[in-house]
Structures are given as C-alpha cells and as structure tokens.
Design a protein around this ligand. Structure first.
Ligand code: UDP
Length: 235
C-alpha cells in the first residue's frame, strides 16, 4: 500500500447516484464495499461526507433566510449522509465511529482528535460529520482540516469525474486530463480542485490531494496502492 492512513472526501451529490435528491442506496452500498476492501487490507480510513444532496447554505439565501441558519442546516445534512454511510458500512461488518463537529450525543461522539486517532489505530473507520462545525465553511475545508489533524497521508476526493481537466470534460470534448500537478500550477491555471480555504490548508500543510472517479468499483483500492489513476496534486 502506498498510503497507510487516508482521508476520503465524498460529496453529498456523489451519494445521490442518478437520483435528483437524497441518497441512492445502491450507490451507498458500492461505496461501502470499496471502503470495506481498503479497511480489510489494513488501511486506516477516515471519511468526510458532504451534504449538497440535501441542503446547501447558499440555498437558504435564495429563500430570504439567514446564511448562517442555512449553513447549520447544511451541516445537519452532512450528518444524515454520515449516518447513512455508517449504517451501510456496519451492514457489511465494518466497525465504525461517527464523530460530529456539532454536539449530538445521542447519535455521534463529539469530535475529539486524540480519540479519533485511537479509533483509526484500532482499525475502526471514522466518519467526521457536521463539517467543521462553523458556518461559511464547506466540507472540503472540513476534509482538509481533519486530514491535517489525523496526519493522513493523502486526501482522496472521490467524484464522478476521473481527475482534473483543462476544462469541464462534461461540457468540453477537447478537455485534457492532468496526471499530476503542483498546487501552484493548479492555482495559476485557475483549476477547481477544492475550494480556496481547503486548497490553501492542504498546500500549507503539505497534504497531497488525489481527485479520482469513485464510481468505478475498484478505483479506490487502485489509488491507495499507488496506481496512477485520477490527478495527483502536490506541493
Ligand atoms: N457547511 C458549513 N460548514 C462546514 C461544512 C458544511 O456551513 O464546515 C454547510 C454549507 O452550508 C454547505 C453544506 O453544509 O453548503 C453542505 O456541505 P458541502 O456543500 O460542502 O457539501 P458537498 O458539496 O460536498 O456535497
């Protein structure tokens, strides 16, 4: 294995599968199977899940609602997804712990760094819910923050596109994929890897990011064994 401890970031939209809203159970099970394979191979797995399939803070402003209120609603959406992923993993016999950045003690542990590290060392998959716990952030930033705190070797950003392209490959047939890039190259070319806060956190703390297609079963394992798929971003 090239990477011993990973932070996997899954967007809320990824969990939607082909649906327009909410969670696609088949997709969830596919993800859980891939995560189980890694876990069984001895890789320490931490996960941050987004909430965009249920609610985003910016949507609140459209309805005249306060942005902060909307952001907290978005953070709660990530908890719904995190609980669904936890259930899918447990169904497959994987031991998990869910830690929340907003206290909700009936359903999740509070985020405690040392405890999370201990869970990883004991072979439990740790899911971090409720983002950073702060409005005006995203789950990409939560992924960067938790990766740094856990001293993860890499952030794996599972998307439906198989890497970073010169332009949006779903719109531009001439788009070309990058095999690897530095943070500075990505910035200078205006490429969208993660939001700026997350991007800067990763750059300053030397955490590499791999963007890859998580919907192709087996890809997650390939990335962790060091196969060159997706796009690698390094300092
Ligand atoms: N959010 C937040 N602080 C955080 C993480 C998330 O306020 O630390 C809110 C924000 O409103 C965001 C929503 O939760 O729009 C869902 O998260 P995100 O958009 O990152 O999910 P994804 O795009 O990965 O599905």
């Amino acid at each position: 294995m090239k990477y011993k401890r990973i932070l996997l970031k899954l967007s809320g939209e990824a969990l939607m599968g082909d649906k327009q809203f909410g969670i696609d159970n088949a997709r969830l099970d596919d993800y859980a199977t891939q995560i189980k394979d890694l876990h069984d191979a001895g890789v320490e797995v931490a996960i941050v899940v987004g909430g965009g399939n249920i609610f985003r803070g910016v949507q609140a402003e459209d309805g005249g609602m306060d942005r902060t209120q909307g952001d907290y609603m978005g953070m709660l959406a990530t908890m719904i997804n995190s609980m669904a992923l936890q259930a899918a993993l447990e169904k497959q016999g994987v031991y998990t712990r869910l830690q929340s950045a907003i206290e909700m003690k009936e359903i999740a542990e509070p985020f405690i760094k040392r405890r999370a590290v201990r869970h990883l060392e004991k072979g439990r998959v740790v899911i971090f819910g409720a983002g950073t716990g702060n409005p005006y952030f995203t789950t990409d930033s939560a992924a960067a923050l938790r990766a740094i705190e856990m001293e993860a070797d890499v952030i794996l950003k599972g998307t439906r596109v198989d890497g970073i392209y010169t332009s949006d490959p779903e719109k531009d047939p001439d788009a070309v994929k990058f095999g690897s890039l530095t943070f500075d190259e990505a910035y200078n070319k205006g490429l969208n890897v993660m939001d700026m806060t997350a991007f800067t956190l990763c750059k300053e703390n030397d955490v590499p990011i791999i963007v890859f297609d998580m919907n192709k079963i087996g890809n997650l394992m390939k990335v962790v064994t060091g196969e060159k798929i997706g796009t690698l971003v390094t300092v």
